[in-house]
Design a protein around this ligand. Structure first.
Ligand code: M6R
Length: 599
């Protein structure tokens, strides 16, 4: 949700091209409007509605080695040039970019208006430069500190002032911020994938910390002024993994990275005993998984495999609901937050809720240094940077971690024998190669997708561990192609959704080998009898399926607990090709942003 950036180079450096480049790399966080402010004696601001490309196309060259920038996902005020950041104070001597929400902005704005300040936008952010100006006492740092003591809400912000040139002051509370120390200067970004091209040496700011970046270096203090010594961390992701590398879209590249990602997810985590994860907590009497969107679907899958292998009851909760249901959590419960970004506000809040109950908790996360990693122990999915807004490789790597976790818990609780664990680990080791075999069928999947690409509605159905995959298949399709799509547990259709079936409506049925296979065939018959056109996802060796469905997409034969991962890859490609045919903005679907840092 909004990307903020900043750059301070040597005195002969040019900030503008670096800011544009940083913004392009963070555009998946929001693309409603974009802007930069560069310091060159005075502050020069350029901003526009729409994407960073729009901004770059109409921009004169600004001189100056220090600047800040913003790419917006609108919350307060519609997408427009007026509401684009950076926002300035009346004298234009202070400019601010901000990610988060200032909750008491109306009250502050009214007071500032009474004091004579003039507001130009409808945003909450605009109170910040005015408040800093109102509290200005000859140095930017203390004025920012003073201003922040008056605001409520969440922020990652960067401020510059022409009274205090070649200095950027940044601060964070409940929104992410990372500082990069590169050979060509200091970099500021909302997340590491923004600055990876320039440096892997970073400092993650914690909540309520403020940093002053100047030619003398970086000084970090708490918001109330106590000096903080921070570790410089080196990010292991390689810079190329945040580039498109010849693919037309990040989403397609990320789908094709999955064989390597899964190898990386498993690397060093399988031992002679079965599985060896860094965090486990086997004594839990109950597990509560909380997450949003795709990560929630991974959580639903986690329930099936953990209950099956470890016999621990699992509840799966949508994070935005969990907080407000007054959840009953005991000290014997283990709460697992699943989040690719590690920044999803609802998931963070749900996991924080648990602190109050003193139960055990950990996160399953992809992004190193993200907020959840600073608050909980974490298992990393190791998927590398995921830039496409639609989650793909992060999802399959979450499924892979959950499979590992289920085996390890199963072993620790003696619900799974060593022999069964070893057999399962053997099957897991085939996963990466089997995903590659699915990818080798991309042209077939594309042909099938193009047959149905003009449909205005899709249904997806599955049973057991394939049910969350049906939900995820529907989410993928709707978010990037804007076609109405819903996922259902196949047995539930006759309790209502069957009314949605009409002549020719496409239904994707995940009918892979497993205990519910025969039942699925029955469900397929029910919808065929009512006119649906069925696309079946089935195993290679399935000789029956052709008689039941109109088209078949095959996955390699594999363990029924692992085949949902393979089916997911088919559905990702299916959604991708439909959206591509329709000419949709695949990596940046309308109204969405990659990391949802507001509640
Ligand atoms: O970063 P997180 O995993 O916490 O994000 C959760 C959802 O916002 C995310 O999965 C979203 O649903 C994706 N756009 C789905 O493709």
């Amino acid at each position: 949700m909004c990307g903020i950036v900043g750059y301070l180079g040597g005195s002969s450096a040019a900030a503008q091209p670096v800011l544009f480049d940083l913004l392009k790399r963070l555009e998946y966080r929001g693309y409603d409007s974009a802007g930069i402010a560069v310091m060159n004696g005075s502050i020069q601001v350029l901003k526009t509605k729409g994407s960073v490309n729009n901004l770059m196309s109409e921009t004169p060259i600004l001189r100056g080695c220090c600047g800040i920038g913003h790419t917006r996902w609108a919350t307060h005020g519609k997408p427009s040039s007026k509401n684009a950041h950076p926002h300035c104070c009346d004298t234009n001597k202070i400019a601010v970019v901000h990610n988060g929400i200032i909750e008491n902005y109306i009250e502050i704005r009214d007071k500032l208006i009474d004091l004579g300040h003039k507001f130009r936008s409808e945003t909450d952010t605009e109170v910040l430069p005015h408040l800093i100006e109102e509290n200005y006492n000859n140095d930017l740092e203390s004025s920012v500190r003073q201003a922040l003591s008056m605001v409520r809400g969440s922020y990652a912000l960067a401020a510059i002032s022409s009274n205090d040139p070649d200095k950027i002051v940044v601060a964070r509370k409940d929104s992410p911020l990372v500082l990069g120390l590169g050979e060509t200067g200091f970099f500021i970004a909302s997340d590491v994938s923004g600055i990876l091209k320039y440096t892997k040496d970073v400092i993650f700011l914690n909540d309520r910390e403020l940093a002053v970046i100047s030619h003398n270096g970086i000084e970090i203090t708490t918001l109330d002024g106590k000096k903080v010594d921070k570790k410089i961390e080196t990010i292991k992701w390689n810079a190329e993994s945040a580039e498109k590398s010849g693919y037309p879209h990040f989403m397609l590249k990320e789908i094709f990275e999955q064989p390597d990602v899964i190898r990386e997810t498993f690397s060093g985590r399988m031992s002679a005993e079965g599985v060896d994860l860094e965090v486990v907590m086997p004594d839990a009497r109950r597990i509560i998984i909380t997450a949003c969107g795709t990560s929630y679907h991974a959580g639903l899958f986690g329930r099936y495999v953990i209950e099956r292998f470890a016999r621990i009851p699992v509840n799966v909760e949508i994070a935005s609901e969990f907080r407000y249901i007054n959840p009953i959590v005991n000290s014997s419960d283990l709460v697992i937050g699943i989040t690719q970004s590690g920044e999803t506000a609802d998931t963070l809040a749900a996991v924080r809720e648990v602190n109050l109950e003193k139960s055990q908790k950990f996160g399953i996360v992809n992004v190193p240094g993200s907020s959840i990693t600073r608050e909980s122990q974490c298992l990393f999915t190791r998927a590398g940077p995921e830039i496409g807004v639609a989650a793909t490789k992060s999802f399959t790597s979450q499924l892979a971690v959950l499979l590992l976790l289920a085996v390890q818990l199963g072993r620790a609780r003696k619900e799974m024998s060593t022999a069964d664990a070893n057999d399962f680990v053997y099957d897991l080791k085939q996963m990466s190669g089997n995903i590659q075999r699915v990818l080798n069928e991309a042209d077939n999947i594309k042909k099938c997708a193009l047959v149905f690409a003009d449909a205005d509605q899709f249904l997806f159905m599955g049973r057991g561990a394939n049910y969350p995959i049906a939900l995820e298949g529907a989410l993928k399709l709707k978010e990037i192609s804007y076609i109405k799509a819903e996922g259902f547990p196949a047995g539930e259709l006759k309790h209502g959704p069957l009314a949605l079936i009409y002549d020719g409506v496409p239904v994707v049925a995940i009918a892979t080998e497993g205990v519910t296979y025969e039942k699925m065939l029955g469900n397929i018959k029910e919808i065929k009898a009512r006119g649906a056109t069925v696309i079946g996802i089935a195993n290679e060796s399935d000789t029956k399926i052709e008689k039941y469905v109109d088209r078949v997409l095959r996955i390699p034969d594999s363990n029924p607990w692992i085949s949902p991962v393979l089916s997911s890859v088919v559905l990702q490609l299916f959604a991708y090709y439909v959206a591509d045919y329709k000419g949709c903005e695949i990596d940046k679907p309308r109204n969405l942003a990659k990391s949802v840092t507001v509640e």
